[in-house]
Write a new protein. Structure first.
Length: 512
């Protein structure tokens, strides 16, 4: 069957797997007959930071979306292999189309694919419309205007589910050998197989993903704003309590099943509701903390958007060769493996690693502690530990992950150097040891001899090496540039701050 409409919209679903408040999809629908594509190009689908749990999450989200789109007669296909060959085939078939997608700040290889697609579109006279879905601004020249833009973006109404008026029939695309059958026609196991995921060898985090993700997301949203957020501010740091008190919405934000603007509106109505009831100061301060974190989400992603090299290059160049980024020596290799396997001999570190491996999630403070231990006590380069954590975090979002890896490793030059003490955290965050006992399959109790490093000496050594880099004459000038490019403007401006800083040492110019 020929496609009836003259205008064709090819909607490239990247990580924006939703109908509601999806500007790219709404624009595609308003333009013409809409066809959905999900790319399995190696540059997106077979990268070292993407693990089975991410693939299962994305495919579940896509499967649900494709099924919903059948009722609007919108076909969705998987584009296997080289994406440029797929769109070349579509050009041959349709002659003309407009490509739609959201504006993505992905990992470096997705950035490379985007560059190829941009070049192809230019030479083939195909318009590629990329729409923003958060307050990450491409080509931002002036970091000072960022907060104003946040208000503008979040202040707009959410977009309703599009009408798809041009999708009057559901034709099969005939001549593109790189496309799969329509996604909704697959059996679930068949879909996994087609995408190179062995359904018999799923890890525990993939297996525990629920069948109906959209329903789960709605339940989490409701329970968070109605009940769970009450003690969010005070309980978010404890690995025991955070599981309940944090929103647990990050995988839905990352996969784009949930729009940040829609979440922000939910937050506003929860705040309004609070005002209309008897005032609850605890809940009020929890909701404010949550709001800050939604800002941070975009603030962090903006850093990678501005400088995609932050995935492998230190934010402050002085730290570039402080740790070994190249092939690991035998000692480093051993340390990295013991850390990955949860066999460091530090009970809370090992428990957190095992918990994360099993569930795909852990709270902020424990993430920071895991990184601090690998970077400072084991003196491993953050790229090595970061790749492992990226594969474990179900919510892996390159724009948050890599700047956070750097921040917790002391390489930004604009944040204070913070070295977590895992023994103190153990006492503070797990006072009855129940979390640590539960998540240590290597036995209990630990003995002093199990520890793979001397905590005090290694922390001291790291502190000295990191601070030594700040004594260099050029440090402050370079840090100023980092601040202008990436720093939060919420605190006092840089000029004021730098006057307060003694001995050319910069302190906490960015948040957290
Ligand atoms: C080394 C390291 C790596 C991290 N990597 C990721 C990652 O890949 N993806 C990710 O979503 N978060 C990451 N975080 C931030 C944070 O730990 C998670 O966002 C949070 O734990 C997710 O759980 P939640 O949805 O219940 O969060 P909540 O506490 O309920 O927060 C709601 C949302 O706010 C955002 N948010 C919360 N904290 C932060 C923060 N510190 N910085 C930026 N945004 C934040 C997230 O989108 C989160 O989903 C990382 C933190 C560290 C220290």
């Amino acid at each position: 069957m020929m496609i009836a409409s003259k205008k064709i919209s090819v909607m490239w679903f990247k990580k924006d797997l939703r109908l509601y408040d999806n500007e790219a999809l709404s624009s595609a629908a308003a333009n013409g007959f809409t066809v959905g594509l999900f790319s399995l190009d190696n540059l997106r689908w077979n990268t070292p930071d993407l693990s089975t749990r991410h693939k299962v999450l994305l495919l579940k989200g896509l499967y649900e979306l494709a099924k919903r789109l059948t009722s609007y007669r919108v076909p969705v296909y998987l584009a296997r292999g080289n994406f440029i060959e797929t769109i070349t085939g579509l050009k041959r078939e349709f002659k003309e189309f407009t490509l739609y997608s959201h504006q993505e700040t992905g990992n470096f290889s997705s950035y490379l694919l985007d560059k190829k697609v941009r070049k192809w579109c230019k030479s083939n006279h195909i318009l590629w419309e990329e729409k923003r879905q958060n307050n990450v601004i491409r080509g931002l020249k002036q970091r000072d205007v960022w907060s104003r833009k946040w208000k503008e973006f979040m202040g707009k109404e959410c977009l309703e589910i599009p009408v798809f008026q041009y999708n009057v029939c559901n034709p099969q695309i005939k001549n593109n050998q790189f496309l799969s059958p329509e996604v909704h026609d697959f059996e679930w196991d068949g879909l996994l197989k087609f995408c190179g995921v062995d359904h018999l060898a799923l890890d525990s985090a993939s297996k525990s993903l629920p069948d109906n993700l959209n329903e789960t997301m709605q339940r989490l949203l409701t329970s968070f704003f109605q009940e769970r957020s009450l003690n969010y501010r005070t309980e978010m740091s404890s690995p025991l309590k955070a599981e309940y008190s944090c929103s647990r919405l990050s995988p839905f934000l990352t996969s784009g099943m949930l729009s940040i603007r829609a979440l922000y509106k939910e937050l506003l109505s929860a705040s309004e509701e609070l005002k209309s009831k008897e005032f609850n100061a605890t809940k009020f301060s929890s909701l404010r903390s949550f709001e800050k974190r939604l800002h941070w989400r975009c603030h962090f992603i903006q850093k990678l958007e501005f400088e995609p090299q932050l995935e492998f290059r230190c934010m402050h160049v002085n730290y570039e060769h402080v740790r070994n980024q190249n092939k690991l020596n035998a000692q480093e290799e051993e340390f990295l493996n013991l850390w990955k396997e949860g066999k460091t001999g530090f009970p809370l570190i090992d428990a957190c690693m095992n918990y994360l491996k099993t569930t795909g999630w852990i709270n902020f403070r424990m993430r920071a502690m895991l990184v601090s231990f690998a970077s400072n006590n084991l003196w491993l380069h953050w790229t090595h530990s970061g790749e492992h954590l990226a594969r474990l975090f179900l919510d892996y979002e390159p724009g948050i992950h890599w700047p956070q890896m750097q921040m917790q490793s002391g390489t930004t030059g604009i944040n204070t150097i913070r070295i977590y003490n895992p023994e103190k955290q153990f006492v503070d965050q797990d006072p009855d040891q129940s979390f640590t006992k539960k998540w240590n399959p290597n036995g209990w109790p630990y003995s002093e001899f199990d520890k793979i490093v001397d905590l005090k000496k290694s922390s001291q050594g790291a502190r000295e090496k990191l601070w030594a880099m700040r004594k260099n004459k050029k440090f402050v000038d370079l840090a100023k540039k980092v601040y202008l490019d990436h720093g939060s403007r919420k605190r006092k401006n840089f000029k004021q701050n730098s006057q307060l800083v003694p001995n050319s040492q910069l302190e906490l110019l960015d948040k957290q």
